[in-house]
Design a protein around this ligand. Structure first.
Ligand SMILES: NC(=O)c1ccc[n+]([C@@H]2O[C@H](COP(=O)([O-])OP(=O)(O)OC[C@H]3O[C@@H](n4cnc5c(N)ncnc54)[C@H](OP(=O)(O)O)[C@@H]3O)[C@@H](O)[C@H]2O)c1
Length: 292
């Protein structure tokens, strides 16, 4: 068992003296990634994770056989949970919360729904839960993600630690003002897609340089993972590391000059700005305040 936030295991240390358990509503890709991280890291006794979806019982059975979770028979089981995880699509979020409302009584509520603001989550839950809005990204599926979190003012300090502890099982956690959440959706949410786009270009260029696909892929992925590792371990900015590996007249310098001339930074800035605008726009649609 991994140590919990207060030195106990989560199994012993859940909030407010409730039977320690997690109720996960939604059993899709995000729910599975989160459950996998919790179970693999032994952060919580797997049978204490109750999971409910809308209709796909086969999915719950598969999660049970793979991770040892307990399929929930009824939403009423929420009443005994210390933590409720909302892992349904943004468009289903308000309805799902309204269905949960009769069973909420102060639980920590972790929402994964992109674009759904804390105020709406709080309203839909009748003010009966301590709401945390989160924005995880794809690498949480391999416990190497990053999750941005914003807390409602009424989330207690114990619940904040508990939220961080749970989310840290699938990667890093970064706390921020809710106002930055749409930008985060565009930045770290869409980030894996943007990085892949650049890697795609690197692979196409590798072919022109004469590499076979497998060799190019191995060189590329280890270069990317290794560079990220160096930046994290040595606590360097990308600019500092780039300058360190760039000697005037050398190979990196020759390549970077072409990036500079072709306006790569400007294209990246425009892409991120477009993604952030789209994220804000989609948030307005989910909240019922705008059209696509
Ligand atoms: N996937 C990602 O990489 C990612 C990244 C960041 C954030 N997110 C967020 O995570 C959330 C979940 O995304 P996902 O990709 O996991 O979705 P998904 O695979 O489509 O799964 C959605 C799940 O919600 C269930 N559901 C819908 N309405 C429900 C209701 N009223 N009561 C109970 N269960 C209900 C569905 O059940 P049935 O199958 O039975 O209909 C399904 O299990 C979204 O809000 C998304 O914005 C996802």
């Amino acid at each position: 068992m991994v140590e919990g936030v207060d030195g106990s295991t989560l199994g012993e240390g859940a909030a407010q003296g409730r039977q320690p358990s997690l109720f996960v509503l939604g059993a899709g890709a995000m729910a599975e990634a989160f459950i996998r991280g919790l179970v693999r890291r032994q952060a919580i006794e797997s049978s204490q994770i109750r999971v409910k979806n809308r209709s796909r019982r086969d999915v719950l059975d598969q999660l049970q056989s793979e991770y040892g979770i307990t399929p929930a028979e009824s939403l009423a089981e929420v009443a005994d949970a210390a933590v409720v995880v909302l892992a349904v699509k943004p468009a289903d979020t308000v309805l799902a919360l309204e269905q949960l409302r009769p069973y909420l009584n102060g639980q920590l509520l972790l929402s994964f729904a992109a674009g759904i603001p804390i105020a709406l989550l709080d309203q839909a839950s009748g003010g009966k839960a301590a709401v945390v809005r989160t924005m995880p990204n794809l690498p949480v599926a391999v416990e190497s993600g990053v999750t941005a979190v914003a807390f409602h003012a009424k989330v207690s300090s114990h619940q904040r630690l508990l939220a961080r502890f749970l989310l840290e099982q699938v990667g890093a956690v970064v706390e921020m003002d809710e106002a930055m959440m749409d930008a985060t959706t565009a930045f770290s949410g869409s980030g894996p897609g943007f990085v892949c786009y650049f890697l795609e270009a690197m692979e196409e260029a590798a072919e022109q340089l004469g590499f076979d696909e497998a060799t190019a892929r191995a060189l590329l992925l280890h270069t990317v993972a290794g560079t990220a590792r160096v930046l994290l371990d040595w606590k360097l900015s990308p600019e500092v590391l780039r300058r360190r590996v760039t000697s005037v007249g050398g190979t990196t310098h020759a390549g970077v000059q072409v990036f500079e001339q072709s306006g790569l930074k400007q294209a990246v800035a425009e892409a991120l700005s477009a993604a952030a605008s789209r994220s804000a726009e989609m948030g307005r649609i989910y909240r019922g305040g705008g059209s696509a």
